[in-house]
Design a protein around this ligand. Structure first.
Ligand code: NAX
Length: 327
């Protein structure tokens, strides 16, 4: 029998957590043959709600779920985990300065990094979802030096999937036939959704859409602003789509991307495409044998170059701000 995978979800009592843990328990993240043990972490004010989620997991009688740890103790939560999905964080509240939110999150990610560093299983893979996702991942990397940097990533797969969804709606084709969109950069409104290499059943999206004005304008804006549009409609931020995309991210990372297909992941930049090294930046990647690799050699036109640089600049500024918040 396959040993269960220990999967940490932080912020598990929150909205994304509530959508995510049943997906993991049902095999959406690791496939139908991989048993799991869930480690759920939240903070003391959410302890009772967290216990309620645990009760529901028991009630759902998931065959693959071999155990549930629900705790507010970061060491207990991190001990022995093979995967860590970091959803917990401090949200930006109205009237709060960016620096104040950053200070809160830097301190959360610094301490959770240390706990993972000391207590996670060797070769633990980390996905940061909580915003500012790229910079939280960078702080985590900084304070968990024994976790290989290739194991620390952030979620831009939701943005990637949103881009596929917009193209499928526009062309009235199945979303599974749309592939190889790219999200470059930050998981923020400066991200660059790029369809210059995207295809539908092998045909270039640019030719099929045949409307550069829409592709270079409204399409980009719609993907960049989709999170805000969901909040406006739902009065709550994206949760089921974020949870589903987090499963996609880890599943493809662990089980591999299909031949000829790439996905977007926030990963530690090695300077590819002249993106400054040392940022967590979203690139097109393929995955095999549990490792991602940045897709090389894609042509970048002048329009795209500016957008890649703009989002890199924002990330460099966030990095500087984050470091200035370290006490
Ligand atoms: P919620 O506020 O519903 O849940 C967050 C949970 O984290 C709460 O239960 C809270 O108690 C917990 N928490 C706070 N500090 C913690 C700590 N130190 N340790 C453990 N848990 C802690 O937010 P939700 O809608 O679930 O969103 C979670 C995060 O995902 C937010 O930061 C959000 O901005 C981010 N998102 C990222 C996306 C992405 O694509 N990367 C998209 C969706 C989402 O907006």
């Amino acid at each position: 029998a396959t040993e269960p995978a220990h999967v940490l979800v932080t912020g598990a009592a929150g909205q994304i957590g509530y959508a995510l843990v049943p997906m993991i328990a049902r095999g959406v993240m690791f496939g139908p043959d991989q048993p799991v043990i869930l480690h759920m972490l939240d903070i003391p004010p959410a302890a009772e709600a967290l216990n309620g989620v645990k009760m529901e997991l028991v009630d759902a009688a998931f065959p693959l779920l071999k155990g549930v740890v629900a705790t507010t103790d970061v060491v207990e939560a991190c001990t022995g985990v093979n995967y860590a999905v970091m959803v917990g964080g401090f949200p930006r509240k109205e009237g709060m300065e960016r620096k104040d939110v950053m200070t809160k999150n830097v301190s959360i990610y610094k301490s959770q990094a240390s706990a993972l560093e000391k207590h996670a299983a060797a070769n633990c893979k980390v996905l940061v979802v909580a915003n500012p996702a790229n910079t939280n991942a960078l702080i985590l990397k900084e304070f968990a030096p024994s976790i290989p940097e290739k194991n620390i990533t952030c979620l831009t797969r939701l943005d990637h999937n949103r881009a596929l969804g917009q193209i499928s709606e526009r062309l009235n084709v199945q979303v599974c036939d749309v592939k190889n969109a790219i999200i470059w950069g930050n998981h923020s409104s400066t991200q660059y959704p790029d369809v210059n290499h995207a295809t539908v059943c092998g045909k270039p999206v640019r030719e099929l859409v045949a409307d550069d004005e829409w592709l270079n304008g409204e399409f980009i804006k719609t993907v960049q602003q989709r999170g805000a549009a969901i909040i406006k409609a739902r009065k709550l931020s994206s949760a089921l789509s974020a949870a589903s995309s987090a499963c996609d991210h880890i599943r493809d990372w662990v089980l591999g991307t299909p031949e000829g297909t790439w996905v977007s992941m926030g990963v530690y930049s090695d300077g590819s495409y002249n993106v400054p090294a040392g940022l967590i930046y979203s690139f097109p990647v393929t995955c095999a044998n549990g490792d991602w690799k940045i897709v090389q050699g894609l042509s970048i036109d002048e329009f795209s170059r500016k957008k890649l640089d703009l989002t890199a600049e924002e990330l460099s500024e966030e990095k500087t701000l984050a470091y200035s918040c370290l006490s």
